[in-house]
Design a binder for this molecule. Structure first.
Ligand SMILES: [Zn+2]
Length: 199
């Protein structure tokens, strides 16, 4: 049993274990508190593993190639961030590093750390603080915005040299969707229920 506050009117409810696909509504204003998700564990794990594969492709393959006559220059995401640091553009470099590299990785590792033990029905240390942290960094994943920024600069650079987007651009583009599917498959209520079972 845990408590949840209504998003609309802030009334606190005690939530009993929910049937699959059941929805809980506020007793005062009737708004939906949350919906229990079907196969949440399997779907979260599947999307997260797919996301990790895309992530590895995204950081290890070239992000873009710049062709200026006979000269061709390939840049990976990490090299690009390194270049930003070298040029002293520290705030942008830090933001890209956080939003495109560190936060998605932390989110996916956090999901695996919580959901693999849930799937196997085993207990791991620090699952509760890890899930709290995971919920905390959720709003800070702004990959989409920075990917958009990168695409805009690719278009701008395209006027100076021929820009060929690399495999990493496709991988990161897909990762944005896959990660959001993974996050939406997380059934928070079910996780708290399971984590709290024998704590
Ligand atoms: Zn309400």
């Amino acid at each position: 049993m845990h408590q949840i506050a209504c998003h609309e009117c802030d009334l606190i409810h005690d939530i009993p274990p929910m049937p699959s696909r059941g929805a809980a509504c506020c007793v005062r204003c009737g708004s939906v508190l949350f919906r229990a998700q079907e196969n949440s564990i399997d779907r979260t794990l599947a999307w997260t593993i797919a996301g990790l594969v895309l992530y590895v492709v995204g950081v290890s393959f070239p992000f873009l190639a710049m062709k200026n006559g006979p000269i061709s220059n390939e840049t990976g995401l990490l090299t690009g961030i390194q270049l930003l640091f070298d040029q002293g553009i520290i705030p942008l470099a830090t933001l890209v590093l956080l939003t495109c590299v560190l936060i998605p990785l932390l989110q996916m590792l956090g999901l695996l750390y919580i959901f693999i033990p849930l799937k196997l029905n085993i207990r791991v240390k620090y699952a509760v603080p890890v899930f709290r942290l995971f919920k905390h960094i959720k709003p800070w994943s702004m990959m989409e915005i920075y990917m958009l920024g990168i695409l805009v600069s690719i278009v701008k650079l395209g006027k100076m040299a021929t820009i060929v987007p690399g495999l990493a651009v496709i991988a990161f583009g897909l990762l944005i969707f896959v990660l959001s599917f993974a996050l939406s498959a997380v059934d928070e209520h079910m996780v708290w229920e399971k984590l709290g079972e024998d704590s």
